[in-house]
Design a protein around this ligand. Structure first.
Ligand code: BT5
Length: 245
């Protein structure tokens, strides 16, 4: 509450015990919600990932959505905004001494397993004008994850043997987001590109995209992957990226 009161961006924080999905909640209630409202849920019964995938609910974690209203979007800015959000989370985790990395475009990894996912969704009432909902899921204070995702997912506690103050973590993430948003607005993703590259697991590696093997040469000005295949340069701005470990 103190943080929200002192924030120039975030004006409202809604706490829910249980909801289907914080992104769905924001989408359904956005007419009544102020710009930059943050909705947090202790439990999600139908947490969502991208492309109709599921986000498994893990207790003692963070599941929240940020509503940014009346954004004249520029679809080109949506992917970079998600990348920017991931980078801010990665930055905060690193400040806590956590050895996290980013898997393009929006996953945070710790010791080869996913600890955080981001789901950005557009919701437009009028053409070109609408809102962006940024959903953030972080696995925090459980020692383990459910059996069905244990090979691919982990929690901050499982990897560091530490408990994290979730309120502090949320405030630090929102704070970092708020502090850097003007730079993102003004200069776009390119302002953050070098930092992103230095923590991006895909950069400088062979990756598989839709079954095709290519080499990731660079991260572009808008956060696209610049890849090389058979001497040809291919730019990828969305889609599935599978790491070859
Ligand atoms: C994501 O999708 O990673 C986006 C996750 C966003 C979750 C937040 S929570 C608050 C807000 N409300 C929502 O309903 N969603 C957002 P994607 O890149 O498609 O990854 C989904 C895949 O991650 C699944 O198919 C699983 O393989 C894996 N996965 C599912 N649950 C996980 C978990 N808790 N931790 C790590 N990996 C998980």
């Amino acid at each position: 509450k103190d943080y929200i009161q002192s924030s120039n961006l975030f004006k409202e924080f809604i706490y829910l015990d249980e909801i289907d999905s914080t992104n769905t909640y924001v989408k359904q209630n956005q007419q009544h919600l102020e710009n930059a409202t943050v909705v947090y849920a202790e439990r999600q019964t139908q947490g969502r990932g991208r492309l109709s995938r599921k986000w498994v609910d893990i207790e003692k974690g963070i599941k929240m959505s940020i509503l940014l209203k009346l954004i004249l979007f520029d679809l080109e800015k949506i992917v970079p905004l998600t990348l920017f959000t991931g980078l801010m989370i990665n930055r905060v985790l690193r400040k806590y001494g956590v050895n996290s990395f980013i898997k393009w475009s929006n996953d945070i990894y710790l010791n080869g397993k996913k600890v955080c996912g981001i789901l950005s969704e557009l919701s437009g009432e009028v053409e070109g004008l609408g809102s962006i909902i940024i959903g953030i899921g972080i696995n925090v204070n459980t020692k383990s994850v459910p059996e069905d995702i244990k090979d691919i997912a982990t929690t901050l506690k499982a990897e560091t043997s530490q408990d994290f103050d979730r309120t502090r973590l949320i405030i630090d993430i929102l704070n970092e987001f708020e502090r850097e948003l003007p730079n993102f607005d003004k200069y776009g993703f390119s302002y953050f590109k070098d930092e992103y590259k230095s923590f991006c697991l895909n950069f400088g590696k062979e990756i598989l995209i839709n079954g095709e093997r290519m080499f990731c040469r660079d991260i572009g000005e808008n956060g696209e992957l610049v890849c090389e295949k058979d001497g040809e340069i291919i730019e990828i701005s969305s889609g599935e990226v599978l790491m070859r470990f």
